[in-house]
Design a protein around this ligand. Structure first.
Ligand code: MF3
Ligand code: CO
Ligand code: CO
Length: 314
């Protein structure tokens, strides 16, 4: 290979570095394939890549799930019970010809998860749980549309919340956005956790380890697990265009440890009683930035990926 100080290949008599080196390098960078690791994907990784037809199904499921989130948004106010939220979600879904994915999933009794304050995830809606001023609640929706799953969630403020609680929720929203930004073809799956965990820790919060995002498609939870904290398993998977999965960080004001209620087998709480928030989107890996499949109509109209109490995350 021609060296910097060799005579240029063009015959000018000048040194290569003084002549065509710059031009050649420019040309090389323009013609280089963008995401080279894609060419070296393993069979296992290819298995996770969806076909055009499947991607179309995922887009439609994501779009409906987004529509459902905008529908439920104005109801999530002080005085409503989480049981009523469940009925609204169930009826809207069924009236549109779709299936609430949670209902009956591994025996789960309701159509939506409503996780209030120190509940991390999988809170079961109940007529006895009435939202009150100062609460935070995560509403996690999953819908089956013509066989494909859409999965997304937001944490809502009930009225005005204390400043430290607001901080938790904003950090969690930003954690999701940072995770989505890191989810690029050619990057290892661990890039997502690397974008989330140090940021969250710097903000004085912690990342739940026990629950992760997940592949999603014609099944609710497909391979692979999308870690939000460091796990060496995530170094072994390379992200490829056509992969669809969720990112759904659960962030606590206290420690990351969680406990599951013995009584119902579902409700997951922070072990130390601290508060927990979560946001979730279903995304598609493309050649460029990841595409958010579960954008709501209001998010699409505003050109944002999340909007939390007037704060926009573009
Ligand atoms: N929607 C949750 C997720 O993001 C899963 C809920 S499973 C249920 O993965 F059974 F609790 F509904
Ligand atoms: Co999910
Ligand atoms: Co979910």
């Amino acid at each position: 290979m021609i060296q910097r100080n060799d005579p240029c290949w063009c015959g000018s008599g000048k040194k290569y570095k003084k002549c065509h080196l710059f031009e050649d390098e420019k040309h090389q960078s323009m013609t280089e394939p963008v995401a080279q690791p894609v060419l070296r994907r393993s069979r296992k990784e290819r298995k996770y890549v969806k076909s055009a037809r499947e991607i179309n199904g995922m887009e439609r499921a994501g779009a409906f799930n987004g529509e459902l989130l905008d529908y439920i948004r104005p109801f999530v106010k002080a005085g409503i019970s989480t049981g009523e939220i469940d009925s609204l979600v169930h009826d809207y879904t069924v009236e549109h010809g779709h299936i609430p994915a949670c209902l009956g999933y591994r025996g789960y009794p309701k159509s939506v998860c409503t996780s209030v304050n120190n509940i991390v995830c999988h809170g079961i809606p109940s007529s006895g749980v009435v939202l009150k001023e100062g609460d935070i609640v995560n509403v996690d929706l999953t819908t089956i549309v013509d066989g494909y799953y859409g999965d997304s969630s937001e944490t809502f403020f009930i009225g005005t919340v204390p400043e430290n609680v607001r901080h938790l929720v904003m950090v969690t929203a930003e954690a999701l956005i940072r995770g989505i930004d890191a989810a690029r073809a050619g990057a290892p799956l661990s890039a997502i956790a690397d974008a989330i965990e140090p940021f969250v820790n710097n903000q004085g919060c912690s990342v739940v380890h026990q629950y992760t995002g997940h592949g999603i498609g014609r099944k609710f939870h497909e391979h692979f697990s999308v870690y939000h904290h460091h796990d060496s398993d995530a170094d072994r998977i390379t992200l490829l265009p056509g992969m669809t999965f969720t990112i759904e960080p659960m962030i606590n004001t206290g420690g990351w440890e969680v406990i599951t209620d013995r009584d119902d087998g579902w409700t997951v709480r922070t072990a130390d009683g601290s508060l927990s928030a979560q946001f979730e989107h279903t995304i598609l890996i493309t050649e460029g930035p990841a595409k958010v499949l579960t954008l709501t109509p209001s998010q699409k109209a505003a050109g944002v990926r999340l909007s939390v109490d007037g704060v926009n995350f573009t």
